[in-house]
Design a protein around this ligand. Structure first.
Ligand SMILES: NC(=O)c1ccc[n+]([C@@H]2O[C@H](COP(=O)([O-])OP(=O)(O)OC[C@H]3O[C@@H](n4cnc5c(N)ncnc54)[C@H](O)[C@@H]3O)[C@@H](O)[C@H]2O)c1
Length: 435
């Protein structure tokens, strides 16, 4: 069976299905289609299915110009019917792995997808799960479910975990040229699933097990969470000491070895960095072990919106103004520069806290025309009069903002990203307060 499958892959005589056509699934589907493989996307969201079949992209990293020709050539199509999985050779799952309300891993999407795979599993199937999760998910939960069919892994079908590392908005490292880890639940699975990815991706890195691949992804994102947490705490400590944290980071960054620059900000956001480390600490709790670094970083990072609001309050106080009754413009609500994703964005928390304290808040974000804050839909003011606010808060440092104009026109600015100085603006009028 393995030899057969490997030669089918070699000859490109295969089709695949990507389950979950979101920020991760769609760019991946595009790469396989570009390499000439027919991709049948499966998503439970009818709107996404309809848009893909019309050749319209809803993911910022994928342009409609890229997608449409692939749809027209019949290389990509989408459906909401899971039976498509029985008609392809490869199945790649990229569904969400969020946290529940009680901050526990919510594997319900992965389990639903695994049930769909199980109902359609056939001899020769190659299955890869990409959704970030804790070590053990693939061999403890997914494998037993799939083997309930009577099919045997490594003999009848192949199963691996291959974490997605895509960094939305990153032009240099895309899904194609970011090395792809593949860890099978047994050696033949590692070999076959790795081979599948080599069709579309430049660099596939096999590892010894699905658990190693799961843990590696969590280490990467925990590393980021902890280092951002350190930068955030450094900002708090430098403020107490009256030292400019941004200059400190640049100074430390001149060391050519043993140091990497991380920057403070209003907190962490997105579907990965705030969530993934908690998957790891949750798993360790089941072994009565407390993941202390993760807990500390999560605590510091999740308190940053509150800290930012206290600093805005202090800044207004300096001008003998109260936060209550102030008019505030928040610039940028996406969780990071030049993207449209507001999932877990800490700037939404900043806005909520400012409003709770009695400020009137508007926001502007060229990438986010409207946003839902606690069930209330707020529209972006796309043409704000900077001079009309008591303070302008830089929440996200989008590159399209006209920082010179903001500096000229706004009476007072709280810059949580050091964006104005990074754009060469010298604060000759002492109207910028940085984090
Ligand atoms: N967004 C990122 O930057 C990023 C980076 C690396 C890894 N990841 C991981 O990749 C996974 C997917 O994240 P995403 O950002 O693409 O999520 P997303 O919400 O953008 O996309 C997920 C898609 O899956 C669909 N879906 C949900 N349940 C389904 C089911 N049972 N069957 C079929 N379709 C289903 C949804 O409708 C949605 O279109 C997560 O585990 C995430 O942690 C995300």
């Amino acid at each position: 069976m393995k030899k057969d499958i490997l030669s089918k892959i070699e000859e490109r005589k295969i089709t695949i299905s990507v389950v979950g056509l979101g920020y991760v699934g769609l760019p991946l589907a595009i790469e396989f289609a570009r390499s000439g493989i027919k991709v049948f996307g499966y998503d439970v969201d009818d709107k996404k299915v309809e848009q893909i079949n019309k050749g319209i992209s809803y993911v910022k990293d994928v342009s409609t110009d890229e997608l449409r020709p692939l749809v027209e050539k019949g290389l990509i199509s989408a459906t909401n019917d899971s039976s498509i999985l029985s008609q392809v050779n490869g199945i790649i799952v990229a569904v969400p792995t969020p946290l529940s309300k009680t901050k526990d891993p919510d594997l319900s999407y992965v389990i639903k997808a695994a049930h769909d795979v199980k109902s359609n599993l056939k001899k020769g199937h190659i299955v890869s799960f990409e959704s970030t999760t804790y070590p053990g998910t693939t061999d403890e939960i997914i494998l037993p479910l799939l083997e309930e069919t009577g099919l045997v892994v490594g003999k009848d079908f192949f199963l691996a975990f291959s974490p997605e590392r895509i960094d939305p908005g990153n032009k240099k490292y895309t899904v194609k040229n970011t090395p792809k880890l593949v860890g099978g639940v047994e050696p033949a699975s590692t070999e076959v699933v790795s081979k599948l990815y080599t069709i579309a991706l430049e660099n596939v890195v096999p590892v010894s097990s699905s658990r190693v691949a799961e843990a590696a992804k969590l280490l990467e994102n925990t590393f980021r969470s902890i280092n951002i947490g350190l930068a955030n705490e450094m900002a708090i400590m430098c403020n107490i000491l009256g030292i400019d944290v941004w200059e400190v980071i640049e100074a430390a960054g001149t060391k050519p070895f043993g140091f990497m620059k991380f920057y403070p900000g209003p907190g962490i956001g997105g579907h990965c960095i705030p969530i993934d480390p908690i998957y790891l600490s949750w798993k360790l709790k089941t072994f009565n072990y407390t993941a202390r670094f993760i807990e500390t970083a999560t605590d510091i990072n999740s308190n940053m919106p509150r800290y930012v609001v206290s600093r805005i309050q202090d800044a207004l106080n300096e001008k003998t103004k109260s936060l209550k009754g102030s008019r505030i413009l928040v610039m940028g609500v996406a969780y990071k520069r030049d993207i449209d994703d507001v999932r877990e964005s800490p700037i939404l928390d900043v806005i909520t806290l400012l409003e709770e304290k009695g400020a009137t808040v508007e926001y502007t974000d060229p990438h986010v025309p409207w946003v839902d804050i606690n069930g209330k839909l707020i529209e972006s003011n796309m043409n704000p009069d900077y001079s009309s606010y008591d303070i302008v808060v830089i929440g996200t440092d989008h590159s399209t903002f006209d920082y010179n104009r903001i500096y000229r026109e706004a009476p007072y600015i709280f810059d949580s990203r050091n964006a104005l100085r990074n754009h060469g603006i010298k604060d000759t009028e002492s109207k910028i307060v940085t984090l």
